[in-house]
Design a binder for this molecule. Sequence first.
Ligand code: ATP
Length: 284
Amino acid sequence: MRVYERAPAKINLLLDVLRKREDGYHEIEMVMTMVDLADRLELEELPRDAIELTSQTGNIPLDERNLAYQAARLIKDRYGVKKGVRIHLDKRIPVAAGLAGGSSDAAAALRGLNRLWNLNLSPGELTGLAAELGSDVPYCVRGGTAIARGRGEKLEPLPSPPPCWVVLAKPPINVSTAEVYGRFRPEKVERHPSLERMVRAIRAGSFGDICAELGNVLETVTLELHPEVRRLKEIMRKLGADGVLMSGSGPTVFGLTAKETKAARIYNGLRGFCKDVFVARMLT
Ligand code: ATP
């Protein structure tokens, strides 16, 4: 028995940090959506009680440090499942990019194991398990477009934005999410993005207004640390993207356009600057 799941990348259309909490986490407000750049998971039942993880890529751990492995462990322990699984991860989302690749793999593993082992877990039960694996995992289980609050685990669904093209470029640098949050200084933010206006733009289906309302306060940290991310944003804008933003804590930058020909032009223009460039569609 074998099942397949796709694990799409997420992008933040908006990311605001409201305050640092007493527990050390930051209280955030985000608008997230997904694109069709996705990892693919194949889950196959094993005749023995074990979790095995394989991947074509060499740059992620394939043991208990992997979020897909942790998802399998959690489900097995919680529901006393004595069966085994081999998960093959065809990794296409760049790693440590601000695209929640690991969280999306964990979410896909939860959905896939629910089917493989006929557990009949409800969406609510799956998001409950997801919250134990990481702040972005509950969103990745549900997908779609959503507001995320708290640490990112309190979700409110939104309608999909109008269909558009998303060009993503990841410069060859490593950004640690923890370091970016650690260096975040609220006083450096000149203008906070408006969740209210972004939600209105999405509800109205206005592509132009969505582009105008894009905002991510973590740019104040990552663009200072890595000027090449700022440069990448400028190049994308010059190439004609209608809206440009860094996703999550970076370093991936994405550009939005409604036209396929423009997306191709931006993609071709960026290839000279950056190896990891992708053209994707926003998932609706
Ligand atoms: P986020 O946007 O949620 O901060 P990210 O896109 O920046 O996530 P990931 O690609 O999820 O980052 O990887 C972050 C770290 O998690 C990597 O250093 C990697 O070693 C580890 N990791 C664990 N499981 C996975 C996985 N399935 N895929 C990728 N990375 C994983």
